[in-house]
Design a protein around this ligand. Structure first.
Ligand code: FE
Length: 352
């Protein structure tokens, strides 16, 4: 199986990508709106087919990336049916199975943090994605959004602590850099829910947390009730439209060589190799301006400001860094020529 744990630093949210390595079918658990471009890039680069996004609950601290990912990749938005969110493709309830290739997630109801919280159990208990029900050495808060400490205690004890000892626990958040735990570990050591803590101990603990009102709740709740779709009159984040660019998981906007060949007159092409390479056996693309990468920051002003800039090098590596330098210098319409001169020549395109 392919498994990736992704992180959103602003909300400390974990997003999980799970895929079957044969069929390439994939699902994403708890995607974050601002990271949808990153997540879509990873799905594309790993050559996966994203069947569905699954949210563990209606989040109060970030907006889900479900709607953006459906728009980008065609994935089905799946949320708890009890959440009554608008625009979902599939409402999930306890006992249902979500399949991707040979793998399956079993849906378990784990209310208490919210009343629609779900946990997803992989392949009979290899992993459990607990959302905000069970956190590593912690538990989701129960003081808003239909939260109820008694309900949460029972959910965790009956639905999660009943899983195999070595079942890996992956929560929706961690605020201290912890990434995973196991059921046995949390059952024994979780200071709120584990060991000998009783339901009454837990209720007392949760009623005395004194947590501040979540910063994002007024934005996040209404947006998540629309599965992350923009409100009426709001525009989703726009991609650059001067060329058909592809965003990479490395965080770079990439341009396809065939498009560039047909539109050379519309962009400034900056070749960031050394002069001897520029004149060397690979040649260079007609009209390219030579500025070696080490000099680029100091010479950005030599590039016209009214045209997009495309960076090229031998293999597409140094030019990646060139796009970073150009952006730092205030250029917004910037892209990397994917694969560099090597790919250009592989395609049989002309050089001088
Ligand atoms: Fe939450």
């Amino acid at each position: 199986m392919i498994f990736r744990q992704l992180f959103d630093a602003r909300s400390s949210t974990y997003t999980y990508l799970l895929a079957d390595d044969d069929s390439r079918e994939a699902v994403i658990i708890d995607p974050v709106y601002e990271q949808a471009r990153r997540d879509a890039a990873l799905v594309r680069e790993l050559d996966l087919k994203l069947l569905a996004t699954l949210d563990t609950h209606v989040h109060a601290d970030h907006v889900t990336g479900a709607w953006l990912l459906r728009r980008e990749l065609g994935s089905a938005i799946s949320v708890a049916s009890s959440a009554n969110a608008q625009g979902a493709d599939r409402g999930l309830s306890a006992g249902e199975l979500v399949s991707f290739g040979r793998h399956q997630l079993e849906v378990r109801a784990t209310p208490g943090h919210t009343d629609g919280c779900l946990s997803y159990v992989l392949d009979g208990g290899a992993m459990v994605f607990t959302g905000d029900a069970l956190l590593i050495r912690g538990a989701g808060r129960t003081d808003f959004q239909q939260g109820d400490a008694r309900t949460l205690y029972r959910s965790v004890h009956t639905q999660i602590f009943s899983l195999p000892d070595d079942c890996l626990v992956f929560p929706a958040h961690d605020y201290a850099g912890r990434t995973a735990s196991t059921v046995a570990e949390e059952r024994a050591l979780n200071p709120r829910l584990g060991g000998k803590r009783s339901e009454a101990d837990f209720v007392g603990y949760m009623h005395n947390l004194g947590l501040p009102h979540p910063k994002q709740i007024d934005v996040a709740l209404p947006a998540n009730m629309r599965c992350g779709a923009p409100a009426e009159g709001e525009a989703p984040p726009a991609d650059p439209d001067w060329a058909p660019l592809r965003y990479s998981y490395a965080g770079i906007w990439e341009l396809d060589a065939l498009w560039l060949e047909e539109h050379l007159g519309e962009v400034t092409l900056v070749d960031v190799r050394e002069p001897e390479e520029f004149e060397g056996p690979l040649g260079h693309i007609a009209g390219a301006t030579l500025i070696p990468l080490g000099e680029l920051a100091a010479r950005v002003d030599e590039l016209p400001a009214d045209k997009p800039v495309v960076a090229v090098c031998r293999s597409g590596g140094r030019s990646t860094q060139a796009t970073v330098v150009l952006r730092k210098a205030g250029r917004e319409r910037v892209a990397n020529l994917a694969g560099g001169m090597i790919h250009w020549l592989d395609l049989g395109l002309k050089t001088t």
